[in-house]
Design a protein around this ligand. Structure first.
Ligand SMILES: [Zn+2]
Length: 374
């Protein structure tokens, strides 16, 4: 992974490059990014830049042995720790290393949901168990195999609870020589103060739509119109944009699904809504999640249009047609709740509640909000 392969992080990359070029690499860093902004690919490109013996022009060479081993996840001094299924079994990140390599080799822009699916944890909670702290210390106390830096990437550090985090503090304060620990988080608020005070914060940018479009066109063989649709919907989330661009959940179908629900709401057609929820019950969980994210996007754009004028809505033609009819039903008295019910359904679906119950509950709430007088 080279810096040139990461999306929308140029200003952050300059700072990272400078720190390496000036020999001032902080040994413990916290990469904070909104989900889907690409903290993992950036961390990997940074590591490759540090380790590559032939770095030039602010990037690693990508071709030497070190670069190849790092980008194929086979470098013996590159270690990972990540959330796994919590349970009684004595398992740690090593147990899931094959899945970790497989998903990372596909694309390092995978989401927490993608990871859950990969390890068969759709119906389970994830965490980084306490015993993982011992594993991390042990990995970093080993002598470097290749004589250079040892790297530990802790992906989604917000999954560490206090007992686990506390066991790491000493290591973060005084790590072995030539060691770099990168913690990655999407939820800054859930990182303990004791961790914050011992790490250097690296805040990532949210990639711009045009940057995501270029990336999708170059890497996923989609045309620029499809890439624009995907980027608009993703709102800076590259993982999300990739899912949309791979056409797993075409926007056209999501729009049809959302507009039919709104038609039922307008007519107060409860039977229609029950049938609607029944039909959606057969969608995969990821598809449902994408649908709800899509619906949130449409509602958000309608509100933006109501306040700032229809021309600023980030919508394609058919979405704009729908928004022209639908936007008047969304206003200051119901928007917060409409938004909340959709978001809540989205997180409940992600947490594996019963899709049918969640969708029907949501539909009934939306009926009330969209059409209060009838
Ligand atoms: Zn190299």
């Amino acid at each position: 992974m080279k810096f040139s392969e990461s999306v929308g992080q140029n200003s952050v990359i300059s700072k990272l490059v400078n720190s390496v070029d000036n020999g001032r690499i902080s040994h413990a860093q916290l990469f904070f990014a909104k989900e889907g902004s690409g903290a993992l690919p950036l961390a990997l490109a940074y590591i490759q830049y540090i380790a590559c013996p032939n770095r030039a022009d602010g990037d690693s060479c990508g071709e030497c042995n070190t670069c190849k081993k790092l980008s194929s996840f086979s470098h013996p001094d590159l270690h990972f720790s990540f959330p796994i299924i919590s349970g009684a079994k004595a398992i740690d990140s090593d147990y899931f290393m094959a899945q970790w390599r497989a998903i990372s080799q596909g694309s390092t822009y995978f989401s927490p949901t993608d990871w859950k699916e990969r390890i068969g944890a759709e119906k389970k909670q994830l965490n980084i168990p306490v015993k993982e702290a011992d594993r991390i210390s042990k990995k970093l106390s080993l002598k470097s195999y290749e004589g250079g830096y040892k790297f530990m990437v802790i992906w989604l550090a917000e999954y560490m609870k206090a007992p686990m985090a506390n066991k790491l503090l000493k290591l973060l304060e005084e790590p072995p020589k030539k060691t770099l620990i990168i913690l990655i988080t999407n939820n800054f608020e859930n990182i303990l103060g004791t961790i914050l005070s011992r790490t250097q914060l690296v805040k990532l940018n949210i990639p711009q739509d045009e940057e995501i479009v270029d990336y999708l066109v170059a890497n996923y063989g989609v045309n620029s119109e499809a890439a624009k649709d995907a980027a608009r919907l993703a709102d800076g989330n590259i993982s999300q944009a990739i899912h949309a661009a791979k056409n797993e959940t075409p926007n056209a179908r999501n729009l049809e699904t959302f507009s039919s629900l709104m038609r039922f709401a307008y007519k107060k057609d409860i039977v229609g809504a029950i049938n609607w929820a029944d039909k959606l019950h057969n969608f995969g969980r990821e598809e449902l999640k994408q649908f709800l994210i899509y619906s949130l996007h449409i509602v958000r754009q309608c509100i933006i249009g109501n306040y700032a004028g229809a021309e600023v809505r980030k919508l394609n033609e058919s979405e704009n047609d729908f928004a022209a009819k639908f936007a008047p039903f969304i206003n200051h008295s119901n928007v917060v709740q409409v938004y909340e019910h959709l978001s809540e359904a989205e997180s409940d679906i992600a947490r594996n509640g019963s899709a049918k119950i969640i969708l029907l509950d949501m539909a009934i709430e939306l009926f009330r909000l969209i059409n209060p007088k009838r």
